[in-house]
Design a protein. Structure first.
Length: 154
C-alpha cells in the first residue's frame, strides 16, 4: 500500500513541479514558441474548466473536486482489495493524482496553472494533472471494455 501512496504523491509532485517551472519561466513572457511541431508552452491562469467554462466558480470546482476525490478514494480502497486488476488500480491512482494536483492550485491560487498548448488543433491549454486525468480515464475505459469482452467470450 505504501508504494501506491508514494506513486500518487510522486505524480502530484511532478505536476506541481512543472507548474512551478511554468510560473518561473512563462509567467512574464506568456509564450515560448518551440521548434516542436506538436506543442508550445503558453502560460494561462485558468479560472474555469476546459475551454474556460464556468469561469470564476472556484468554490464550485473545489467542491466538485473534493466529492470526486472521495469517490476515487472509494475506488482506491476497492483496488487495494482487488489486487489482481493492475490497470483498474493504475487508472484510479493516475486520475486521483490529477484531481489532487489541480485541487492544490485552486485552493492555493484560485485558478489552475496551464501551460501546454497543442499547435495543430484548437484545444484548451492544459497541464500535467489534466494529462493524468485523461490518461487515467482512457486506461480505465480500455480496461473496462477489455474485461467486458473477456466476460462475454466466456
Amino acid at each position: 500500500m505504501l508504494k501506491k501512496i508514494v506513486f500518487v504523491i510522486g505524480l502530484i509532485a511532478l505536476d506541481q513541479y512543472t507548474k512551478i517551472l511554468a510560473v518561473m519561466k512563462l509567467a512574464n513572457i506568456r509564450v515560448i514558441n518551440t521548434t516542436n511541431p506538436i506543442v508550445d508552452l503558453r502560460y494561462v491562469e485558468n479560472k474555469g474548466a476546459a475551454f474556460g467554462i464556468l469561469e470564476n466558480q472556484v468554490w464550485f470546482f473545489i467542491l466538485v473536486t473534493i466529492v470526486s476525490i472521495f469517490v476515487l478514494f472509494k475506488y482506491f480502497n476497492e483496488s487495494i482489495q482487488n489486487k489482481n486488476d493492475f490497470w483498474f488500480t493504475y487508472s484510479v491512482y493516475v486520475i486521483l493524482a490529477g484531481a489532487i494536483g489541480n485541487l492544490i492550485d485552486r485552493i492555493r491560487l484560485g485558478y489552475v496553472i496551464d501551460f501546454l498548448n497543442f499547435k495543430f488543433v484548437n484545444f484548451p491549454v492544459f497541464n500535467i494533472a489534466d494529462v493524468y486525468i485523461c490518461l487515467g480515464f482512457a486506461i480505465y475505459l480500455i480496461n473496462y471494455y477489455r474485461n467486458e469482452r473477456i466476460k462475454n467470450d466466456n
